[in-house]
Write a protein that binds this ligand. Structure first.
Ligand code: NDP
Length: 278
């Protein structure tokens, strides 16, 4: 397994296990350089969203990165998400077109319903199904869906979500969501895998990291992969972009995996999908 290794989604599309996140990175050279440098250093997957208001810079970083790395669009996997205000059939299709335009791309590899807004996500999902059936997007999925949201959606859907992107880190290991996803062929993907930096001085993780000669960030990201979860850590710093990706040259023991699993406290750093208001 290496930085470009992929998992095969339920529709046969190959998605890299590892990618770069760009939440909270504003338009400008820092953003463009982060995306460029990730691609130069071998990343093949980039995760953005309409609400991040940075799709134009992500697109520029992608174009520059592809040119420098000598790769083509088909070598990359680009994800974006439809924001809550745009959930609806026509409005979701229009939002997809706006995202493509900003990114300067003619298709996305993965398009997600960003949050399970009650009473709205099924219409949005119908739009994603249309985009998918028309061949305008390679794969479709959801984000922040709990088991009951997935069951509700799948009861009405023609096409099953291929991915569910959720908050996931050693303090929130989402066992129920993961078991449901596994049973239903839905690939789970971790957002805030590093708990937005808040776990990096944890003593237990430091002790484990020390034994492998790795950083805490690397241990957490390796734990994601060994648990079968796609991961997209965010950094705008080249050294960290490199560091985060160097997780394919060691393996956590079963005992250390268990130890990290046991750190779960069902603790969120982001909003609760069952109780959000935006
Ligand atoms: P992460 O858990 O990836 O943590 C990012 C933070 O950790 C940044 O402050 C970064 O700082 C720092 N960091 C990164 N690598 C290292 C390192 N090796 N050592 C020390 N510090 C480090 O948080 P995010 O919330 O950004 O989540 C990742 C991605 O998930 C997002 O960027 C976004 O794409 C997606 N996401 C999706 C959501 C959804 O609702 N679907 C919600 C939230 C995120 P610096 O940049 O300065 O290095």
């Amino acid at each position: 397994m290496n930085l470009q290794s992929t998992t095969t989604l339920s529709n046969g599309v190959k998605m890299p296990w590892f990618g770069l996140g760009v939440f909270k990175v504003e338009e400008g050279p820092v953003l463009v350089n982060a995306v460029r440098s990730a691609i130069q250093h071998g990343y093949r997957s980039i995760d953005t969203a309409a609400i991040y208001e940075n799709e134009a810079g992500v697109g520029q970083g992608i174009r520059e990165g592809m040119e420098e790395a000598g790769i083509s669009r088909s070598n990359l996997f680009v994800t974006s998400k439809v924001w809550n205000a745009d959930l609806g059939y026509e409005s979701t299709i229009a939002a997809y077109e706006t995202s493509l335009e900003k990114l300067g791309l003619d298709y996305l590899d993965l398009y997600l319903v960003h949050w399970p807004v009650e009473g709205k996500y099924k219409e949005a999902w119908r739009a994603l199904e249309t985009l998918y059936k028309e061949g305008r997007v390679k794969a479709i999925g959801v984000s922040n869906f709990q088991v009951h949201h997935l069951e509700d959606l799948m009861g009405a859907a023609e096409i099953k979500p291929m991915v569910n992107q959720v908050e996931y880190h050693p303090r929130l290991s989402q066992k129920e969501v993961q078991a449901f996803c596994q049973e239903n062929g839905i690939q789970m993907e971790a957002w805030s895998p590093l708990m937005q930096g808040q776990l990096l001085d944890n003593e237990d993780l430091r002790e484990i990291a020390g034994r492998y000669g790795k950083s805490v960030a690397q241990v957490i990201l390796r734990w994601d992969l060994q648990n079968g979860v796609v991961t997209i850590p965010k950094s705008v710093k080249e050294q960290r972009i490199i560091e985060n990706s160097q997780v394919f040259d060691f393996e956590l023991s079963a005992e250390d995996m268990k130890r990290i699993d046991s750190m779960n406290q069902n603790h969120r750093v982001g909003p609760d999908p069952d109780n959000f208001d935006f």
